[in-house]
Design a protein around this ligand. Structure first.
Ligand SMILES: *Cc1c(COP(=O)(O)O)cnc(C)c1O
Length: 380
């Protein structure tokens, strides 16, 4: 059997162990310590725009705290991009609120500004103004931020930016993760950089970030005994994980460069009549290319996404269909949805190709040879 080629696997830079060793040497084995503070500083410096960051146990935890801090409660409604990973929407349900899903547009595959506005107007006309808008930058591609922020501002609804897949991307030269009233990042094992598991909440509002740190450490009031006036959570990042994060921040741009090279490689080597690539719409959009994704659009219909995915799987190469939209998920069957079927079509034809920053040229050759073989076999 050929060795496994993963979709996106962790890629250490080399200095992570130094920070982790420091944590051991000084016995900071806890969900606080110098690496946690250092990692937060690294994120703040990298993102710029006067943001503050709270390092947390996951991106999902960060999103949950963002909604709590924005005051999302039971029976509220929160607008969310339908095409995304379930972790974008689950925290809405944690709060007992209802997600209102909005379709994608074709250029970026992210939230359609048209349907966003239709959804807001319709929810308001039904008597409920949405409490927040969760937008996602899928696979690292920036959403149409100017138009989305203009709509959000017009209706005075705060934007929560799910930048879990988009650290290192930017829009009009400004880093993603700095546009929302609050933004979240993820450092799960498959993301562009990782702390093994972890996330962060980011905002220019320092009070909110302080509140997030407070809620994330069981909401202990300032007293010698255990005193609580709020429901707390155990959502803080550990000092060990943060040490990994500090090392990873040193190689972030290298990781972005490598993943962007993967995209260029696939685009040059695959038949672009058959595979539609998600190009950046114009120079305002800079994607970290977390994953290279293609739409398999064969006019003759002889190969489709599944034929390719299964052939690669047989050869021990991991690929995945795109995210299945949330409005098609059984668990969200009752949630309102606004759209025209764009995300559904993307899901039907879309494939994520192996995209790790640690893929070797042999790995990538193997992937394209395999794909090109499948296409020739099926077209005779
Ligand atoms: C990974 C991911 C998350 C969740 O992050 P975790 O750190 O795994 O909790 C949220 N949203 C999107 C779009 C993601 O890809």
């Amino acid at each position: 059997m050929n060795n496994k080629i993963w979709l996106s696997s962790p890629h250490m830079g080399g200095t992570e162990e130094k920070y982790v060793k420091e944590a051991f040497d000084t016995n900071w084995i806890a969900p606080l310590g110098p690496n946690v503070d250092g990692f937060e500083k690294d994120l703040e410096n990298y993102l710029g725009n006067d943001v503050h960051a709270a390092a947390l146990s996951s991106g999902t935890a960060a999103l949950h705290l963002a909604l709590i801090i924005l005051g999302v409660k039971a029976c509220d409604e929160v607008i969310c991009q339908s095409m995304t990973f379930s972790a974008s929407a689950n925290p809405i349900a944690y709060q007992g609120a209802t997600p209102v899903f909005v379709d994608s547009e074709e250029r970026t595959w992210n939230m359609s500004p048209e349907y966003l506005e239709i959804a807001i107007q319709d929810r308001i006309s039904k008597g409920k103004k949405p409490k927040a808008i969760i937008i996602v930058h899928l696979y690292g591609m920036p959403a149409e931020m100017d138009r989305i922020m203009a709509i959000a501002d017009r209706y005075e609804i705060p934007v929560v930016e799910d930048a879990a897949e988009a650290l290192g991307s930017s829009y009009k030269g400004r880093k993603l993760g700095t546009f929302g009233a609050m933004s979240i990042l993820s450092f799960n094992g498959n993301k562009i950089i990782t702390t093994s598991g972890g996330g962060a909440l980011v905002s220019t509002n320092e009070e909110w970030i302080k509140k997030a740190r407070f809620l994330a450490t069981q909401a202990r009031d300032n007293a010698p005994h255990y005193q609580h006036s709020h429901i707390g959570y155990n959502y803080r990042m550990s000092n060990i994980c943060a040490g990994i994060g500090r090392g990873q921040m040193e190689v972030l741009q290298e990781r972005v460069d490598a993943r962007r090279e993967n995209y260029t490689f696939y685009k040059n080597e695959l038949d672009t009549n058959l595979f539609k690539f998600a190009d950046e719409p114009n120079p305002d959009y800079y994607s970290n290319r977390w994953l290279t994704t293609v739409l398999v659009e064969d006019a003759e219909g002889t190969v489709d996404r599944e034929v390719i995915r299964l052939a690669l799987e047989k050869d021990n190469i991991e690929t995945r269909p795109l995210w299945k939209p949330m409005h098609l998920q059984p668990v969200f069957a009752d949630a309102p949805f606004y759209g025209d079927g764009t995300s559904e079509k993307l899901f039907q034809n879309g494939l994520c190709l192996p995209s790790g920053s640690n893929l070797t040229s042999e790995d990538k050759e193997r992937v394209i040879n395999m794909i090109n073989n499948v296409c020739t076999t099926h077209s005779v």
